[in-house]
Design a protein around this ligand. Structure first.
Ligand code: PMV
Length: 323
């Protein structure tokens, strides 16, 4: 029996990933740029146990489906040359599956815990490539601070990995998450983004502009130009949701409180607070705040009708083994 426990933090994309390249290995159609969040994380323990006849899993103290986990563990077993089944115990310190990137922190933590428990010592790039095969956004949660995920061009996925851009202390922007609904989302991202070439007339435009959006964001981050980073972040978010709404059947992840929180962010900005919103495949609004503005933004968003709670967070560290 061998075991390891890892912690990985959630991340949110400033330039969004949505859409897959054809073929196996979960290859992204576009690159993405994200920030890792200190206050939202997953702790995962993996035990390879000779007495087990099948993999088993527990998430937040409840039995969890292993349909997506066993093929992922098989990647680790093949690499380690073992056949042993595993028990996974995982806990999020935030609502699961509600657009708070639990699959990102979850698969990043699982990659690290499972490889260590199997006796493997993968470097960060190899871990990022492995995590991507569980969930595209998980490739970015291997790193702290700002990270960029490369789309890659190879069919084997060996060049589709994330890389660190800035450490948290290099530019301590803050994020306020406004939670508007804690229910599990109705259409998960893998289903939402499948076969977009056949399902959305906007998909090609999304792909065509992705490289220039990434390049503009890289430059703005390097220059610590908060207004440009923020404007690109809102634009990428709204483009993503335009693409989602254009998909057959149309995907609408927002509720009235989501829209109210977006408008509140824009009102704050008009009144001089440096803050911009972004939203993933769920109804929560994440406000990107210039250093020092998190507390004031959190206080304002708490007063928006329909906002249930806010979480304020700094940028977080890379995934790591904790036991
Ligand atoms: O990693 P997935 O398959 O859960 O997809 C993530 C998609 C978005 O969160 C909407 C965007 C992103 O880049 O994280």
């Amino acid at each position: 029996m061998s075991q390891a426990t890892a912690r990985a933090h959630s991340n949110i994309a400033l330039i969004k990933y949505w859409g897959k390249r054809a073929g196996p290995r979960n290859l992204p159609a576009v690159g993405s740029i994200s920030v890792t969040l200190d206050a939202l994380y997953t702790d995962t323990t993996v035990v390879f146990d000779d007495t087990l006849s099948a993999d088993c899993a527990q998430l937040d103290d409840k039995p969890a489906d292993t349909a997506r986990l066993t093929p992922f563990l098989d990647l680790v077993r093949t690499r380690a040359g073992i056949d042993t089944r595993a028990s996974i115990v995982s806990a999020n310190n935030f609502p699961t599956g509600a657009g708070l990137a639990s699959s990102a922190s979850g698969f990043a933590a699982l990659s690290l815990a499972a490889t260590r428990a199997a006796g493997l010592e993968l470097d960060a790039r190899e871990l990022s490539i492995l995590s991507r095969q569980g969930s595209g956004s998980a490739a970015r949660s291997i790193f702290g601070g700002f990270a960029e995920m490369h789309r890659g061009t190879r069919d084997d996925g060996s060049d589709a990995f994330a890389e660190p851009m800035l450490e948290p202390e290099d530019w301590p922007v803050e994020i306020v998450v406004a939670i508007t609904d804690t229910a599990t989302k109705s259409v998960n991202s893998s289903i939402g983004m499948s076969h977009l070439d056949e399902r959305s007339d906007y998909y090609q435009a999304w792909i065509d502009h992705s490289e220039s959006d990434l390049a503009a964001m890289r430059d703005a981050i390097a220059a610590r130009d908060f207004e440009t980073v923020g404007a690109l972040t809102e634009m990428s978010c709204l483009k993503l949701h335009g693409l989602m709404m254009s998909t057959r059947p149309g995907l609408i992840y927002w509720n009235p409180a989501t829209v109210a929180a977006m408008q509140a962010v824009r009102s704050l900005r008009e009144a001089g607070t440096p803050v911009y919103f972004t939203i993933d495949a769920g109804p929560q609004v994440k406000a990107l705040c210039a250093p020092g503005y998190g507390e004031a933004v959190a206080r304002s968003l708490e007063g928006v009708p329909g906002v249930l709670e806010t979480r304020r967070t700094a940028l977080g560290p890379a995934a790591r083994v904790i036991a």
